[in-house]
Design a protein around this ligand. Structure first.
Ligand code: UDP
Length: 494
């Protein structure tokens, strides 16, 4: 048995986007900890970001390595240096998103060449959900492919129910609520909150980038979901009716137990680890609001100012992450002229760029997470027993808000009604959230009537998350089953 496992070689292929690369790298570490060989496919610029984590894993004697493939940036007409989705603004994503997915698909040929030369021979491909073409590659090499889902079973089921019911087409306006049929809980949404590709009717032209992710001739052998069964048991059960082989293998971020892994995860942090920790150490337990909106959201300048004013008005400590894509000389000018940092001195820390998110979330001074509801971010907060303020922006983030607020009941909605779209003229931008909404949501999360119970529920869920990934826990056993499935597939079928 042990020698069989030694020979298994898992090849992991992410879409070149932070919300795919980061969890798949974590999962690679979890697999390597179980004694299999892991190769993580990347590209030169993404490899620079992943290297510290992989080096750390190798120093811990894990058999995991990076293999870098040329990313055809120039060939598909992307701007110089773009190898990751986070390098494209929402505006350019509209026109260049298709080129980006095309570049990912063009990794097929170099990947096949690499697989043919690999020692030990590859036993399976695990690739994220946006890469259906990897089914064909696996078929060619006569190995199973498993799709790694970066969203919850709740969202996967919700997508399916909307697809079959088309209930969102029965409402008369974008702002009218409808109940999603066939779910274990009453979940209400509005059409204005749905992803573009879901809103499309069958008569629309298929011009959205997601429409280009065509079904392939072959299907994945199984579906992995970055979730844990105890968090969403009824949705896992429902999802198992949709898919024949499901493995709930999360929360994968829990593999980062050491401080240096937590701080270098995904990218080089734009703040010194020690100074960030020192600042957090100086704050009272459970008092700081951590504000971060993921790796892709582009928040218009007037909206950022409004958020800043809300944080100031809250009168509480906060860490506010302003991502590279949102950062502008104009915003810096406002921060200076308004003397923002002076006004919040001693209680407000701005990080311009990339935050060491799991390191911050795991600090005892942090008491709440203001999130855009990306699934990775939500899971990372759940693992730390952290209640959240939800400000969904796009994709399936409004589904995630409903999950956090209505299903597990550990969140306070900021009250946003519609998805953020790319903004042509920032002067004409109508605020989605006002500073008083920001302040009210923070007050409600920290001191509201249900604050204590909400925090208790969040802590209990965090405990369950940790148990699931520990030796003998539900996710641990799913990973055992996955390895066994790969072993059987390799010995019996091929
Ligand atoms: N992240 C981070 N630092 C940042 C911004 C994001 O570490 O400053 C990580 C975050 O921990 C998560 C991922 O990037 O693992 C973002 O994925 P998510 O699904 O939350 O959102 P997306 O970026 O797809 O909108």
């Amino acid at each position: 048995m042990a020698s069989n496992i030694q020979q298994l070689h898992f090849v992991l292929v992410p879409l070149m986007s932070q919300s795919h690369i980061i969890p798949l790298t974590d999962f690679g570490k979890l697999l390597a900890q179980r004694g299999v060989v892991v190769t993580m496919i990347t590209t030169p610029l993404n490899a620079v970001r992943c290297k510290p984590i992989i080096d750390g894993a190798q120093n811990a004697n894990l058999n995991i390595q990076l293999a870098s493939l040329h990313f055809p940036t120039r060939e598909v007409g992307l701007p110089e240096g773009v190898e990751n989705l986070d390098e494209l603004s929402m505006k350019s994503l509209k026109t260049l998103g298709i080129n980006f997915f095309q570049a990912n698909e063009m990794l097929r040929e170099p990947l096949e060449k690499l697989l043919a030369e690999m020692v030990p021979r590859p036993s399976c491909i695990i690739s994220t959900d946006a890469l259906p073409w990897t089914n064909e590659v696996a078929w060619k090499f006569k190995i199973p492919r498993y799709s790694f889902n970066t969203i919850s079973c709740f969202s996967l089921v919700l997508f399916h129910k909307l697809k079959i019911s088309r209930v969102h087409e029965s409402v008369t306006s974008d702002s009218e609520s409808f109940v999603v049929p066939g779910l274990p809980d009453k979940i209400e949404l509005k059409r204005s909150q749905l992803p573009e590709w879901v809103k499309r009717t069958s008569n629309d032209n298929n011009s959205h980038v997601m429409d280009k992710l065509k079904a392939t001739e072959h299907l994945p052998r199984g579906v992995l979901v970055n979730t844990f069964e105890e968090m969403e048991p009824r949705y896992v059960e429902e999802f198992k009716k949709q898919e024949k082989l499901v493995f709930c293998v999360g929360s994968v971020s829990l593999c980062n137990t050491d401080q240096s892994d937590m701080s270098s995860r995904g990218n080089k942090a734009s703040v010194e680890e020690d100074s960030c920790l020192k600042w957090l150490d100086s704050m009272k337990p459970c008092s700081v609001i951590y504000v971060c909106f993921g790796s892709l959201s582009n928040i218009p300048y007037p909206q950022l100012i409004e958020l800043g004013l809300g944080l100031e008005a809250s009168n509480r400590p906060f860490i506010w992450i302003i991502r590279k894509g949102d950062y502008s000389p104009r915003l810096e000018k406002w921060l200076e002229e308004y003397r923002f940092e002076e006004k919040v001195k001693g209680r407000g820390l701005i990080i311009r760029g990339w935050a060491p998110q799991v390191l911050i979330l795991s600090h005892p001074s942090v008491g709440g997470f203001f999130t855009h509801c990306g699934w990775n971010s939500i899971l990372e907060a759940v693992c730390e027993g952290m209640p959240m303020i939800t400000w969904p922006m796009f994709a399936e983030q409004f589904y995630n808000e409903r999950f956090v607020v209505d299903v597990v009941k550990i969140g306070v909605p900021v009250g946003v009604e519609e998805a953020l779209t790319s903004v042509e003229d920032e002067e004409k931008f109508e605020l989605l959230v006002t500073s008083s909404q920001v302040k009210e949501a923070i007050d409600e999360l920290m001191d509201g009537e249900d604050a204590g119970e909400r925090r208790k529920r969040a802590r209990e869920l965090g405990e369950k998350a940790k148990k699931a990934i520990e030796d003998g826990g539900s996710s641990y056993l799913y990973i055992t089953n996955l390895i066994e499935d790969v072993r059987q597939q390799n010995s019996s079928r091929f």
